[in-house]
Design a binder for this molecule. Structure first.
Ligand SMILES: O=C(O)c1ccccc1NCC(=O)[C@H](O)[C@H](O)COP(=O)(O)O
Length: 261
């Protein structure tokens, strides 16, 4: 079994357990569930830098990245740096994150928040909204066309933006549908961990113009972003490169200033 299959198998058990503990009616009654959401797609369209900065403690490919930081400090730092949005990993077993991280980030910032999760069930979308997310991620590699349609339509009906992630042409072809806002190309093969920015470049011309194009993973330089912009990308998801520093917000601020200069 590859790592992605393992993550999804564990996720099915985790979601079943969560559903049995917290009913949907409880999620719907939360204060955060009943609020106006912010659009990441709109923020990216209006930005020069297009940075989406991630909170990521560890990962299957890199193991430990940074365990010392407080998520509220990271969120505040990212907002002050001028990022367009923040991605918060909520998977606990493989990334050391949680829904509490999302809540804590929401408590200190107004920027669009992405629930970075392996979403396989509509229940996780309700959880995302109830914990302060504005955006959800859907990963084409783990969903059928029909599931992408059902889940993205559910997210849109709740006022959430949808970022759909692909890694190859087959995933892209099955995914294009009107209920998506952003199409993300993951430069990391989630089954082998191989990273190449060529993946974003190769798929760029196949992504229809109505979607905001986002390049994800393995981005560590200003030159890489300038190059990807030539291919029509308006969003750049950066995790490890910021999180491995002592002060991700400060590093992101310097990165964005240089990008915009
Ligand atoms: O990062 C991993 O090792 C990973 C492994 C398996 C599934 C997903 C994984 N990462 C999720 C992401 O997409 C990244 O956290 C995100 O794009 C940021 O990437 P990076 O800038 O390279 O940290």
């Amino acid at each position: 079994m590859n790592i992605l299959d393992k993550i999804v198998a564990d996720k099915r058990n985790e979601v079943d357990l969560r559903k049995s503990l917290i009913p949907i009616s409880q999620l719907e009654q939360s204060v955060l569930y009943n609020r106006n959401t912010a659009s990441l797609a709109a923020a990216l369209r209006n930005s020069n830098s297009g940075i989406i900065a991630e909170h990521k403690r560890r990962s299957p490919s890199k193991s430990l990245i940074n365990q010392k930081l407080n998520v509220q400090d990271v969120a505040t730092g990212y907002e002050q740096a001028g990022v367009c949005g923040m991605s918060v990993l909520t998977d606990s077993k493989y990334f050391g994150g949680s829904l509490d991280d999302l809540l804590l980030a929401r408590s200190v910032t107004k920027i669009p928040l992405l629930r970075k999760e392996f979403i396989i069930d509509e229940y996780q979308i309700l959880e995302a909204r109830a914990h302060g997310a504005d955006v959800i991620l859907l990963i084409a590699a783990i969903l059928s066309k029909n599931e992408i349609k059902t889940l993205s339509e559910a997210a849109k009906s709740l006022g959430l933006d949808v970022l759909l992630e692909v890694h190859n042409i087959e995933e892209l072809h099955k995914s294009i549908m009107p209920s998506l806002d952003m199409l993300g190309v993951n430069n990391r093969n989630l089954k082998t961990f191989e990273v190449s920015l060529e993946t974003s470049k190769n798929l760029s011309k196949l992504i229809p113009d109505e979607f905001v194009k986002v390049s994800e993973s393995g981005i560590s330089s200003i030159e890489a972003i300038k190059d990807l912009k030539q291919y029509g990308y308006q969003g750049f998801l950066i995790g490890e490169n910021f999180m491995k520093t002592e002060n991700p917000g400060k590093y992101a601020s310097e990165f964005i200033k240089e990008l915009e200069s």
